[in-house]
Design a protein around this ligand. Structure first.
Ligand code: KIV
Length: 257
């Protein structure tokens, strides 16, 4: 799984043969320039999910329910409907463990496929002490295990495990009957997810240590743009081959000799 947020990124991810696309609320940081996912709205998610769907018409597309959009069952149903019916998502993702199980149950009962998300949950990161490893001690590891199991019992089709020790992710993966998708959770999850902009080097803000950059697209784009600006200033662009001609006699008739 990789994130994508618009037509070109979803198209690239689908063409690369990645199985699942997540329109994550991480778009708040990597696309909209916020410093967290908190300001992201349902309108933002609908807008970006529609664009991603146009880029990947046949992909299995999961869209995040953003912060406080699923605080009640009614809100969750209404906002999941916007993401699936209006924007074209196949499934929604929400963050939290046993505390969100009643919401998951209601969504699943209404026919909404739900992906869970435990461990570091960015929407509530400040309550968890910031963007840091979760489940290090026995009590916290138990909370995360019980959260994942509660999500399975509530009907989630899978669970994202974010920023938890690899051994804990392995144990959760062994104990669950549904797939786990890890991010900063080691190699023993059933699948992996990363943020598009991190993988291709397009986000110059904070890069977590669990990210692997497969290319430096940001650097090569910046270089290309600098060359463009330089060539426009020097007159090297455009050349005749990038321009269109007009017959001399037409010009003469317009302006005389
Ligand atoms: O919003 C997001 O991109 C996510 C992934 C990091 C799992 O939730």
């Amino acid at each position: 799984m990789l994130t994508a947020y618009d037509y070109p990124t979803a198209r690239l991810v689908a063409e690369a043969g990645v199985d699942l696309i997540l329109v994550g609320d991480s778009l708040g940081m990597v696309v909209l320039g916020y410093d967290s996912t908190i300001p992201v709205t349902v309108d933002d998610m609908v807008h970006h999910t529609k664009a991603a769907r146009r880029g990947a018409p046949n992909a299995f597309l999961v869209a995040d329910l953003p912060f406080l959009s699923y605080a009640t069952v009614e809100q969750a149903l209404e906002n999941a409907a916007r993401l699936m019916r209006d924007a074209g998502a196949d499934s929604v993702k929400l963050e939290g463990g046993v505390e969100v199980a009643p919401v998951v149950q209601a969504l699943v009962r209404a026919g909404v496929p739900v992906l869970g998300h435990v461990g570091l949950t960015p929407q509530t990161a400040s309550a968890l002490g910031g963007y840091r490893l979760q489940g290090k001690d026995e009590q916290d590891a138990r909370r995360i295990m019980q959260g994942a199991q509660g999500l399975e019992a509530a009907g989630c089709w899978g669970v994202v495990l974010e920023l938890v020790p690899a051994g804990l992710a392995k144990l959760i993966t062994e104990r669950l009957g549904i797939p786990t998708i890890g991010i900063g959770a080691g190699a023993d999850c059933d699948g992996q997810v990363l943020v598009f902009h991190d993988v291709v080097g397009l986000f110059s803000g904070f890069t977590p240590t669990f990210v692997k950059r497969y290319t430096e697209a940001g650097a090569s784009i910046r270089d290309a743009l600098a060359r463009y600006a330089e060539e426009v200033r020097s007159g090297a662009f455009p050349t005749e081959s990038q321009a269109f001609s007009i017959k001399d006699e037409v010009l003469k008739r317009l302006y005389g000799s």
